[in-house]
Design a protein around this ligand. Structure first.
Ligand SMILES: [Zn+2]
Length: 280
């Protein structure tokens, strides 16, 4: 996920939580980057020169240009064509950029390693058993996704959003957890982040004063997407409560000001309903 999605990454598992907590303490002063999917990205200090303005689905957005790619909301990679807004499948999100017939062909990079290869297998089984999308090992298809290896030390991932046409990627770091793999595959299916829904302010309160300098744009509402079903704070597509925190304090709370517990054990019923609504 992107770098600072800290949240995303964190998602997770007990062991990881322990590790993350430890890391957070160590790096508080430097703004806990470790929490999210995007840890890696976060590790690279934000270079304001890389922060760009663009158009996505008719909406002005802010994104980060890094390593030759366009990162939106931390771990979502937008193609140059999507940002140019001049191609037929340029909107991503819940209504466009869907995979034909819900069939997603995939390959796994040869350097992925067995640990992550097993996570991919388990995540694919989750999708194939619980959703109307079918992830199918590629033979000779032109349009497909390749799982590529990110870094041997990171906890993050990133993915192109929705169906791109041609080859697209999902990047997985060595220490990413299964739920985060499912999260990244959610981007491939066409899902954005739950906290960017148009109605999110009814359910969550963004703690702007706790967000790292330069990262506030990751909390912008994305109006051009289509919100399906009710807001789901337990969604596998939700940011972690401390995503991009500069001080160890939550950057997202419930609308009533209370903290919420990050739930990233896998699909919630709401996630499945959303995906199956997109792929009936
Ligand atoms: Zn994400």
């Amino acid at each position: 996920m992107n770098k600072n999605l800290n949240g995303l990454l964190q998602k997770v598992w007990p062991q990881k939580k322990i590790l993350l907590s430890f890391i957070t303490v160590l790096t508080l002063a430097s703004c806990d980057k470790n929490e999210g999917i995007m840890e890696e990205a976060q590790t690279n200090s934000i270079n304001s020169q890389n922060i760009k303005k663009g158009q996505l689905g008719g909406q002005a957005i802010t994104y980060e240009r890094k390593n030759g790619m366009n990162f939106f909301q931390g771990d979502i990679v937008l193609s140059d064509e999507q940002l140019a807004g001049n191609e037929s499948h340029n909107k991503g999100g819940a209504t466009l950029s869907r995979w034909p017939s819900g069939k997603i062909y995939y390959t796994v990079a040869s350097n992925m390693g067995s640990i992550n290869a097993n996570k991919i297998t388990n995540a694919v089984n989750e999708y194939n058993n619980k959703t109307n999308t079918q992830w199918i090992p590629r033979t000779n298809q032109t349009n497909y996704v390749e799982f590529i290896f990110g870094s041997s030390s990171g906890y993050d991932g990133w993915a192109h959003i929705g169906y791109q046409g041609g080859k697209q990627n999902i990047s997985l770091d060595q220490n990413i957890d299964l739920a985060s793999v499912i999260h990244e595959m959610g981007h491939t299916v066409g899902l954005y982040h739950e906290h960017c829904r148009k109605d999110r302010d009814q359910y969550v309160s963004i703690q702007w004063n706790n967000i790292q300098n330069g990262q506030a744009y990751n909390f912008d509402i994305y109006n051009s997407g289509t919100d399906i079903g009710p807001f789901n704070i337990n969604s596998v597509m939700m940011y972690w409560p401390n995503s991009y925190s500069k001080n160890g304090q939550p950057t997202i709370k419930r609308a009533n000001g209370t903290n919420f517990t990050y739930n990233r054990t896998g699909f919630t019923t709401g996630d499945l309903n959303t995906i199956n609504s997109m792929y009936p």
